[in-house]
Design a protein around this ligand. Structure first.
Ligand SMILES: Cc1ncc(COP(=O)(O)O)c(C=O)c1O
Length: 209
């Protein structure tokens, strides 16, 4: 955050943020995707106030609101996904994804992609694909493997445009594996997209989504 403009935020309304000196800004950060409703939307404020006056914390017990949200989320998921694990931050979610992959597969290597950002606790830092995120925080978790991201329009190498980015990526990986997988790979990237470092999903030539 060292490159951030030194603005002290005071309050916000919709897309607007006002700093302590009264200057107004448009909030293009959107809380990194968590203030998509804008600041201080009356319905949002009312819901938070109502909840704060009723129940502040429920540890990991269910509540009617948690059940309702889970049902709405499951309705959006593919048929084979019917459970919800609610967490608070992206880093915490990455940690949980890594734990679930390890427990489910019984394996321990995690594959992640160059360029990806997954948060700033040690699991996410270990699978970060940006050296800036890792620098001076070593050593990181063993079994963290980075591979080029198979995205056709931003290839890792200067592969010819018509060649599949997936093939280009796997060739580069074979040549530069760090370290090579040992057959103990919990076959999962913590996230199929690279998030804050580029919201692109894996794509190869000819793929539609
Ligand atoms: C893909 C992805 N994962 C994890 C995170 C980390 O989220 P948090 O700051 O809530 O820990 C981010 C944040 O930008 C992200 O874009």
């Amino acid at each position: 955050m060292a490159d951030q403009v030194p603005v002290v935020w005071d309050h916000g309304e919709g897309v607007w943020v006002t700093d302590v000196d009264g200057y107004e800004y448009i909030d293009f950060t959107s809380g990194v995707l968590v203030t998509n409703l804008g600041h201080s939307h009356p319905h949002h404020v009312e819901a938070i106030q109502r909840q704060a006056g009723r129940l502040l914390n429920c540890y990991s017990f269910p509540t009617p609101e948690r059940v309702a949200l889970s049902q709405r989320l499951v309705a959006l998921f593919p048929d084979n996904l019917d459970q919800v694990f609610m967490l608070t931050t992206g880093a915490e979610t990455t940690e949980a994804a890594m734990r679930i992959a390890k427990r489910y597969t019984g394996k321990h290597e995690i594959l992640a992609f160059y360029g990806a950002f997954h948060g700033r606790t040690f699991g996410p830092i270990s699978v970060a694909g940006s050296m800036k995120t890792k620098r001076k925080f070593g050593p990181q978790l063993p079994g963290s493997i980075l591979a080029p991201f198979p995205y056709f329009y931003r290839t890792f190498t200067k592969a010819r445009p018509r060649r599949s980015a997936g093939i280009g990526a796997s060739r580069t990986w074979t040549a530069s594996s760090n370290p090579p997988p040992r057959g103990t790979w919990a076959p999962s990237s913590p996230s199929p997209t690279r998030g804050a470092r580029g919201s692109s999903s894996p794509r190869t030539a000819g793929s539609k989504s």
